[in-house]
Every structure is written in C-alpha cells, then in structure tokens.
Design a protein around this ligand. Structure first.
Ligand SMILES: [Zn+2]
Length: 289
C-alpha cells in the first residue's frame, strides 16, 4: 500500500513512543501493518554510497565538566541495550552538538545511546552499510533539536532528531584504539533480562574522542528511527570509518543478553534490514580542520 505523503504528517502528529515489546525482529517487514510510518518514505537504514561531497567546519561538541566522574545507567529494553550517560552534576546536560551547516543547523541535546548487533557469528550486526559493507555492530548516539521542548515533541518534527552512528568491528587486538565499553562486558549478567538496569561509575571521557572523530568525516542523509514507529525525523550522521570494539564485548552481548524473562531467547540480530533509498541524497562531509 502506498500512502499519500501528507498522511505521514497525520501519523507524525499522533506518534507515540512504542514499548519495545510491541515489535520484534522476527519479521520486520510486517512492522508497517501496526506502524504505518515504517512502510512510508525516508526509512532507515540504507546502504551509504555518497553522491555529493561537502567540505565544512565540523559541528562543535560541548561536553559537561568532570566527565571522569560520570555515571552510566545501562538498561535491557528487551530489544536493545540502552545507555544513559550522566555527568556528575545532574543539572548539566552531558553533551550538546552545535551545527552551523545548512542541513543540521541548530543545537542538539544528547539523549541516550544504544547498540544494535548480530549473532554469535558476528558477520552482520550493523544497520547501515558503508558502500556494500556491513560490520559486526553499530552504536547510535541520539540527540534532539533543542528548539523543541522535549525529546517527545522533537520526535514528531521533521527536523527533530539527529543520530550519530558509528559502525563497529570486533577485534581481539586490545592494543588498537577501541570503542569505549566502560567495562560493561564484565557486568553484562546484570542486564541479562528485560527491565534489568545497571548503574555504575564511569569515566566518560573516551566518548569525547569517539564523537569528535565521528563528526570530522561522516555520511549524512535524512531518514527515520530504525525501530517502530519509524518516524522519518532523523538527520543521520554516520562516521565514514568503522571503529574497532573489543570482541569480548560483542561476545558477551550476543551470549548473555535475553529478550525474555525466562532466558530462552537471546537478544540478537536487533538490526533492521536495509530500506529503499529512493532518490535521497547521501552527502560525504569532510571537515577542513
Ligand atoms: Zn538505533
């Protein structure tokens, strides 16, 4: 069923956040039966082959003070592991992204990060592909446009959300500069079933390096949330180069985390298949500094 584009506006206006248990990854092509926007235009993820190049000043990132004394709160939502990253001063926002470029113009406030991953064979766990290449996993840093009062409100606006994606490749070589996992792999059992949470002190400074690197050279396009209700409100910034992550982290993710309370179904392959790109432009951004 092809819907006229303006019906999207009606769906968006009434879009609610969806409990993770309202969908699963067994048949993602059926999401649109319950969540019509998932079958609409501008869906994510897509295969990223740029057809435009822009040289820009990289978006500026402003972090809270004393990130070395931060906290993490990890939660098994039943469909992903979601991480809240908290600065020592709870009144401060952890991170703001300032963009002066046309497409992402504005100030975006960080909300949360989470991971998507494959199964124990780890050959396809990223959602996006760079060119035609998937990697083992993908991290998403989710921001909302501060011109809106709340994340909820921003998720109903076409320019509401911005997500920085980092594709991750597993390695056993711990001497490589690795994506920070904050030691969660040692405590993964604490979030083994849905609803379980883990709070721990964490040095959040390594995320500064990851994000500063990500916004220097990235692939950008307009797309959607990759989970229902699939709101087409996301400016995607996917780091052009994948990063390495400890294989141990991926292994504990794929063997210790369950999507049900009984510990029967491992939470794996929580990555949405590629969606039609149609005529969307993918821009390769390179910063000049
Ligand atoms: Zn995601």
């Amino acid at each position: 069923m092809v819907l006229p584009w303006w019906t999207l506006l009606l769906y968006l206006r009434n879009a609610r956040s969806v409990p993770p248990t309202a969908y699963n990854y067994t048949a993602p092509e059926t999401w649109q039966e319950t969540f019509p926007m998932c079958g609409g235009p501008m869906q994510s993820p897509i295969a990223l082959t740029p057809n435009r190049l822009k040289i820009i000043k990289a978006p500026a990132l402003q972090f809270a003070d004393h990130l070395e004394n931060g906290m993490i709160e990890a939660e098994n939502t039943g469909r992903e592991i979601k991480l809240k990253l908290l600065p020592p001063n709870p009144d401060e926002s952890l991170l703001n992204l300032f963009s002066f470029d046309g497409e992402t113009l504005g100030i975006y406030e960080f909300a949360q990060m989470h991971f998507h991953w494959g199964d124990v064979r780890l050959n396809h766990g990223s959602e996006h592909a760079i060119g035609d290449k998937f990697t083992d996993a993908e991290a998403h840093f989710v921001f909302y446009n501060s011109r809106y009062d709340s994340f909820k409100e921003a998720a109903r606006r076409f320019d509401g959300l911005l997500v920085i994606g980092v594709l991750l490749k597993g390695t056993e070589d711990e001497s490589k500069g690795l994506f920070p996992t904050l030691g969660i792999e040692k405590q993964m059992k604490a979030v083994s079933s849905p609803g379980k949470k883990l709070r721990a002190r964490a040095d959040l400074r390594p995320f500064q390096d990851v994000l500063r690197r990500a916004v220097k050279t990235y692939l950008s396009y307009h797309g959607s949330l990759t989970t229902p209700p699939c709101n087409p409100v996301v400016t995607w910034m996917v780091a052009s180069k994948p990063m390495f992550v400890s294989y141990k982290f991926l292994e504990t993710l794929t063997t210790n985390v369950y999507e049900d309370d009984d510990g029967m179904d491992l939470l794996v392959n929580n990555c949405r298949p590629l969606q039609p790109r149609h005529k969307r432009v993918v821009t390769q951004f390179i910063s000049f500094e």
